[in-house]
Design a protein around this ligand. Structure first.
Ligand code: H2P
Length: 819
């Protein structure tokens, strides 16, 4: 460990020369003509030279020392911009700002030139990014394995209030300066074909896969830079290419399309990130992506293991593989196939290695999100894997029979193969059977995994099901995104809190300190101004920073209940116009959210919020008390402006549906007060900050279940509550869509006639009442400041460093290796 990152070794003159060299030789520009973008690219390349060197040295050291590592397999890594964050980890932010200033450029402006690598949908992908950051910060040997999508999550714009999607070419024409291609690590991946039986030289009966198609995996490494240390780990992203780019003879014969067919087909595999992480896509290309990712990653793990002189039998001793959700489940039969068919191990030996190598994280209980693949599709694309899955299931069913003799009901429930008109493979069941640990992502969620999702598995494999509560990295989510608050924290508790978040508890004793409260609130005000400026510049909406900034930013989904928030806004609109005695603190409601392109209701909710915003923001009758801002193209770099500016954080999912949430943690760390249900990590946040510093409302998990069992009738709430009725009925009128009544009515219909599956109406009254409480509490600014400070001070549990230590100590049995 160094005490100040790599600052001691920074040679400003050499760095400036490297930037100029890249500006001229890599990007063919001269210092006088270059644009800001070229300067940013050249600076990025110069910095990447340092990190690539460290990455290679770290790799070599870990191989030589034969240490145990974790391999984090995820189809998504929502890393966000790397430059600013890496500068902080390297301890070079000020030095580089200085160097660039001498070259005539402001570092902050240059950082704005970076496009977000949006290689994930939401919380699941962002968690993977926080985890990589925490692994490197604490020097737990790790490799992240993902896909090198040509297009990240779509770019969102609004046309007449409706979401329009466009491809996101995140690398630009020039490529991404932080990535480096590693041709020596390329892998060959097989698909389709058939399985044949043969006898080996000793006359043993064997099986082998005769593939029908082959593609190539190209490795791109992004550096994950350890904060305040010299370890740099790879985030290795695989790009799919055809081994033969095109057929020259067909091209010469004039068949231009046919000549490139195989390249087109291969290129499709990593062309786009599927904009869905909570649905079973049911698309062959998605399965191909998953297998391609796993095949490349497993082959690379084995290359490292064997290449370092280790025996295959020691794989589970030196490597562990964490499956981030079920998306990489096919890695289990892939490793089994290699152990059986290539290393020629017997089934039991192979299974012992494989099942001690893999662990699995469950991120959701939503039934539609529990992936299944048709057996026919797997058998066609991966025939040998399907055989292996059958064998795993066959042996597992024997165990079930031993435990519950003659109980076909339990067999049907636990089987990896779901019977029906089309037989399906249940990936979550395969994960529980084929791993040594299964964790949920917050205490409540993990309890529900045991109690409701996998109770019999818990009985069969005692201790396998466990919990690791999520966390977020304090480097990006305080130090980088909130410099004002960071300076204040450092002044009070010292400089080392970014990798020792326990220290932040030291702020607790300043919560009552009037002078500190003033300074803390002044920082909040500056952050609100930064957001207001962004909104003015990009959306031409004026907002007052004295208003309460109330923010909901997350994927659009009915269970996350952006429409509950909308109904509350409609109720305020109604009261301001119809109830002369009604008074409220001015409020600005912010939303940031993308809807999966095929999710019609989610898109209708976006449309409705935008239409309400249009009307409300220009309605002088409201006296500026109510504004609504839907930030387009919500992404990590905008989150970095939104979290620090929030007064109120909306975490309002139906209890039992949000596995954890991580935005809730980022808001609270940055001093926003949560309005939330007893769901996911909100429950643990409440334990940390105390009931008086969080606004909890709504039905509890068991109450939700009970109400549903009893027969939930949304009309009962509609008829009983005139405010709710007024809000819902506004959606039928043309109040927000002049001359076009009914344009927003689908939401109302879904709630009233569609059965309101997420109990929006049942929670409405308590939600409104709790918001009224917030309104009152905010009026007393000293009281609010105290609560906000306590939220920052009492969030240390939710550092992803703690999450990673939990994984390392309780699951992976991993030790840090210092460089
Ligand atoms: C999901 C869960 C969140 C959880 C996150 C990380 C899938 O994220 O729903 O509750 O915090 O994984 O474990 P998201 O909905 O944001 O895509």
């Amino acid at each position: 460990m160094t005490t100040n990152g790599q600052t001691q070794q920074f040679d400003k003159t050499a760095f400036k020369a490297a930037v100029e060299k890249h500006l001229t030789t890599t990007y063919a520009n001269t210092p006088t003509t270059a644009t800001s973008r070229s300067w940013y690219l050249a600076m990025g390349r110069a910095l990447a030279e340092i990190t690539t060197g460290n990455l290679l040295e770290t790799e070599q050291q870990l191989a030589e020392e034969k240490v145990r590592s974790v391999n984090y397999l995820s189809l998504e890594f929502l890393i966000g911009r790397l430059t600013g964050n890496n500068l902080i980890s390297m301890g070079l932010y000020e030095d580089v700002a200085d160097a660039m200033k001498e070259m005539g450029h402001s570092l902050t402006d240059l950082l704005e030139e970076e496009r977000d690598p949006a290689l994930g949908n939401g919380g699941l992908g962002r968690l993977a990014a926080c985890f990589m950051d925490s692994l490197a910060a604490q020097e737990y040997p790790a490799v992240g394995y993902g896909l090198h999508y040509e297009y990240g999550l779509f770019r969102q714009s609004f046309v007449d209030g409706r979401q329009v999607e466009a491809p996101d070419a995140w690398r630009g024409l020039e490529g991404y300066p932080w990535e480096v291609v590693r041709p020596e690590l390329n892998q060959t991946v097989n698909l389709y074909g058939h399985v044949e039986a043969y006898k080996d030289e000793n006359g043993n009966a064997c099986r082998r896969w005769v593939p029908g198609m082959t593609v190539e995996g190209v490795a791109w490494d992004l550096p994950i830079v350890g904060y305040d240390n010299k370890s740099v780990y790879p985030l290795r992203l695989w790009e799919c290419r055809s081994p033969a780019p095109f057929s020259l003879s067909r091209f010469n014969d004039g068949d231009y399309v046919g000549a490139q067919y195989s390249a087109l087909e291969a290129g499709n595999v990593t062309k786009v990130l599927y904009p869905n992480d909570n649905h079973d896509q049911g698309k062959a290309l998605r399965l191909m992506q998953q297998y391609f990712h796993c095949a490349c990653s497993i082959a690379d793990i084995l290359r490292r293991h064997i290449g370092a002189g280790n025996k295959i039998e020691d794989l589970a001793k030196l490597e562990t593989i964490q499956l981030n959700d079920t998306h990489p489940t096919i890695a289990i039969p892939e490793l089994m196939r290699i152990l059986l068919d290539e290393y020629k191990l017997g089934w039991d030996a192979a299974w012992t290695i494989s099942s001690k190598t893999f662990a699995y994280t469950n991120h959701t209980l939503l039934p539609e999100a529990l992936e299944t693949w048709s057996e026919a599709l797997i058998a066609q694309m991966l025939p040998r894997h399907m055989e292996i899955i059958f064998e795993i299931n066959h042996r597992f069913m024997k165990l079930v029979e031993q435990t519950w003799p003659g109980n076909n009901e339990v067999k049907r429930k636990l089987s990896i193969i779901e019977e029906g008109s089309q037989r399906m493979v249940r990936m979550a069941n395969l994960c529980v059977v084929g791993t040594y640990a299964v964790n949920g992502v917050a205490a409540l969620h993990s309890e529900l995994v045991k109690r409701d999702l996998f109770p019999e598995f818990d009985e069969l494999f005692p201790g396998r099901l466990t919990n690791v509560t999520n966390g977020v990295t304090p480097r990006r989510w305080i130090k980088y995104c909130n410099p004002g608050l960071s300076a204040l924290i450092s002044e009070k508790v010292g400089n080392d809190w970014p990798n020792k978040l326990e220290k932040i508890t030291g702020l607790e004793k300043f919560a009552e300190d009037k002078a500190f409260q003033k300074r803390y609130m002044a920082v909040k005000k500056e952050n609100k101004q930064r957001l207001a400026d962004w909104v003015k510049e990009n959306m031409d909406i004026e907002i007052d920073t004295n208003a309460i900034f109330d923010i909901q930013i997350k994927r659009l989904h009915e269970y996350k209940r952006q429409h509950l928030n909308l109904l509350h806004i409609l109720s305020l609109y109604h009261r301001l116009l119809n109830d002369p005695s009604f008074d409220m603190q001015p409020r600005v409601f912010f939303f940031g959210s993308k809807a999966a392109p095929g999710y019609a209701l989610a898109k209708d909710i976006i449309f409705a919020i935008n239409k309400v915003a249009e009307k409300v923001n220009s309605d002088s009758r409201l006296g500026g008390k109510l504004k609504v801002v839907f930030i387009p193209d919500y992404r990590v770099s905008l989150a970095e402006i939104l979290f620090p500016a929030a007064d109120v954080s909306e975490q309002i999912s139906t209890a039992g549906k949000e596995a954890s949430g991580t935005g809730n943690m980022k808001f609270a760390l940055n001093g926003a007060l949560t309005i939330g249900t007893m769901d996911g990590a909100n429950v643990e946040m409440r334990e940390e900050v105390g009931d008086e510093n969080i606004f909890i409302f709504g039905l509890l998990v068991d109450e939700v279940q009970k109400l549903k069992e009893e027969g939930y009738d949304p009309y009962r709430y509609y008829h009983a509550d005139s405010l709710l009725r007024a809000a819902l009925d506004l959606l039928e009128t043309d109040e927000f869509t002049p001359g076009k009544p009914g344009q927003l009515a689908t939401i109302r219909h879904n709630l009233l006639d569609g059965g309101d599956p997420y109990l929006v109406l049942a929670d409405f009254a308590d939600y409104v009442k709790t918001h009224e409480k917030i309104d009152v509490e905010y009026r007393n600014q000293e009281n609010w400041a105290r609560k906000a400070i306590l939220n920052t001070a009492l969030m240390s549990k939710f550092s992803s460093d703690r999450s990673i230590r939990d994984y390392a100590n309780n699951i992976w049995k991993l030790k840090p290796v210092n460089r």
